[in-house]
Design a protein around this ligand. Structure first.
Ligand SMILES: Nc1ncnc2c1ncn2[C@@H]1O[C@H](COP(=O)(O)OP(=O)(O)OP(=O)(O)O)[C@@H](O)[C@H]1O
Ligand SMILES: Nc1ccn([C@@H]2O[C@H](COP(=O)(O)O)[C@@H](O)[C@H]2O)c(=O)n1
Length: 214
């Protein structure tokens, strides 16, 4: 066990983990598509929202109330909290390829990531799910009424989540677009149709990275 851990640490020391950021509006299908991507392409899925919900639910967590307030209001938790959770989850993983879903969501997320993590990883690209607002809202309301248990799958929170998305998250997509790192997917159609587009995108990026290594 010790040998395996040591070997893993040594190999990880030389290879920077590969990252794909996954962005899109609430309900655009990020989580659904990530579940399919990990099966086909062997990444680890880290959802910033899931990590925050898990932290919120730990009895006695010092951040529980703060996280819940942000989730209900559709606002963004300070990056120090989210980045620490992501960092810990990456360190606890045996793999070195990560889909980071729902991050970076605003300028504070971006700056915190750039300060703490950017130099330690290889950002492959940003997968952006472009989806009509009403389609997203209908999906989240349906998810809420089928018992998601999420405190933000309701009309009031969704209005606020979309304000944050347009005001704070789309500028982050633009930021990466200027670096030619964004792969935009039309996320309005069925899960399978969307996944066909996603697959093309990953295959293309994997091919380019192989050619680059040869
Ligand atoms: N292409 C699709 N067509 C119809 N329904 C979908 C599609 N993709 C996802 N859904 C459904 O819409 C809901 C939201 O999907 P999902 O959780 O994947 O979105 P998300 O972008 O991760 O949302 P959030 O940001 O709110 O966590 C789920 O109930 C899911 O089953
Ligand atoms: N980087 C992030 C990601 C999420 N949040 C908060 O969690 C809520 C739900 O996120 P989903 O990705 O699961 O939709 C989101 O509305 C934020 O309140 C965050 O603060 N920072």
């Amino acid at each position: 066990m010790l040998l395996i851990t040591t070997l893993r640490r040594l190999s990880m020391a030389n290879v920077k983990p590969s990252i794909v950021f996954v962005l899109g509006g609430p309900g655009s299908g990020k989580g659904t598509q990530c579940a399919k991507i990990i099966k086909e392409f062997g990444y680890v899925h880290l959802s910033a929202g899931d990590l925050l919900r898990t932290e919120r639910d730990i009895p006695g967590s010092r951040y529980g109330d703060l996280i819940e307030k942000h989730i209900r209001n559709g606002t963004i938790v300070p990056v120090e909290i989210t980045c620490n959770l992501l960092h810990a989850a990456m360190n606890n993983s045996r793999k070195d390829r990560f889909l980071i879903d729902g991050f970076p969501r605003n300028q504070d997320n971006l700056e915190g990531w750039n300060r703490e993590m950017a130099a330690k990883v290889n950002l492959q690209f940003v997968l952006f799910f472009d989806c009509n607002e009403q389609v997203c809202i209908d999906r989240c309301l349906k998810r809420g009424s089928s018992g998601s248990g999420r405190s933000d799958d309701n009309e009031e929170s969704l209005k606020k989540r979309f304000i944050t998305y347009f005001k704070d998250t789309l500028p982050i997509v633009d930021h990466y677009q200027k670096q030619n790192l964004v792969r935009k997917i039309d996320a309005n159609s069925s899960e399978d149709t969307v996944f066909e587009e996603v697959k093309k995108c990953f295959k293309e990026v994997i091919l380019i990275s192989w050619e680059y290594q040869m």
